[in-house]
Design a protein around this ligand. Structure first.
Ligand SMILES: Nc1ncnc2c1ncn2[C@@H]1O[C@H](COP(=O)(O)OP(=O)(O)OP(=O)(O)O)[C@@H](O)[C@H]1O
Ligand SMILES: [Mg+2]
Length: 265
């Protein structure tokens, strides 16, 4: 399928232009919602620039809350978050596309909202659409796309602002296994080309092992770090990796930490 390939050459050029950015630092961060639900308690974490970090943890443990606090969409009730990246993009589990807008106009939207000139919005959107392999669908509408294609559009819309911090909250969770692994491969290639900082929340141990250079496993709510581990499976990763013993070793390590964290009182 032609749209399954990503063109990375344009991205390689832009990555060289990214200015050096410090890390995201969380110091003793806590979040208690009104009503007393403690989602996160005294969590400290440093995310170096250009890291691909996966965050795993049982349902309801506080992963989305943590990601939203990093994005500045939620305020911690205690602690400090240093997040100096000027351009942050967020990809949600649902593609959140506007049905009355074409792929091009959906992807161009963040630039339009910034007040950029129409031609520049269009040119940048087309580049971004090309990068996720959807060139042939530029003028289609969301209803004409598959679920996987809609998520690609959502990714293109996040990339159009050239983010240096990309936050993704279970973006491929609703997709079938083949589409999901295809998008995992594409995202990994995008990250290699762009060297942006990525924080990726997922329930999937396999997805975390395949995508990330480091994984943080959170315990049951309130979220605490049960495991913080590097994933050394090489830079270039293709789907065949999922059959390798080294990959199985990583997934086993993550599974054990998830099971131990899930039973935390
Ligand atoms: N706006 C809110 N008001 C009150 N409680 C909230 C709010 N948002 C989240 N919570 C609570 O905080 C806890 C953590 O929620 P969060 O959405 O961060 O979990 P999660 O790890 O992302 O779960 P999932 O894996 O199911 O997406 C839950 O108990 C949830 O009910
Ligand atoms: Mg969540």
């Amino acid at each position: 399928m032609s749209h399954a390939r990503i063109s990375t050459n344009i991205l390689e050029r832009t990555s060289a232009e990214l200015p050096a950015q410090p890390a995201v630092i969380l110091r003793n961060v806590a979040k208690t919602f009104p009503g007393g639900i403690a989602a996160v308690v005294a969590l400290s974490l440093t995310i170096p620039k250009a890291e691909f970090l996966a965050i795993l943890g049982p349902s309801g443990c506080g992963k989305s809350t943590l990601l939203r606090m990093i994005a500045g969409l939620e305020t911690p009730t205690a602690g400090i978050i240093e997040q100096p990246h000027p351009r942050v993009a967020f990809v949600f589990q649902d593609s959140h596309l506007l049905p009355w807008r074409s792929v091009l106009r959906n992807v161009a939207l963040p630039l339009e909202l910034r007040g950029e000139a129409r031609q520049r919005c269009e040119d940048q959107a087309k580049l971004s659409i090309d990068q996720v392999g959807l060139t042939d669908f530029t003028h289609r509408y969301p209803a004409e796309l598959s679920g996987g294609m809609r998520m690609r559009v959502s990714l293109a819309r996040a990339l159009v602002t050239n983010p240096d911090l990309l936050l993704l909250d279970e973006p491929f969770a609703a997709l079938d296994e083949i589409t999901r692994t295809e998008l995992d491969e594409q995202l990994r290639q995008l990250w290699i080309a762009r060297k942006m900082t990525v924080v990726f929340v997922t329930h999937s141990i396999g997805e975390a092992a395949f995508l990330a250079n480091r994984a943080v496993v959170l315990s049951a709510r309130p979220a605490k770090i049960a495991l913080d581990t590097n994933i050394e499976l090489g830079l270039q990763r293709v789907n065949a990796l999922r059959g390798e013993p080294a990959y199985a070793e990583v997934t086993q390590r993550l599974l054990l930490a998830l099971e131990a964290g899930a039973s935390r009182p």
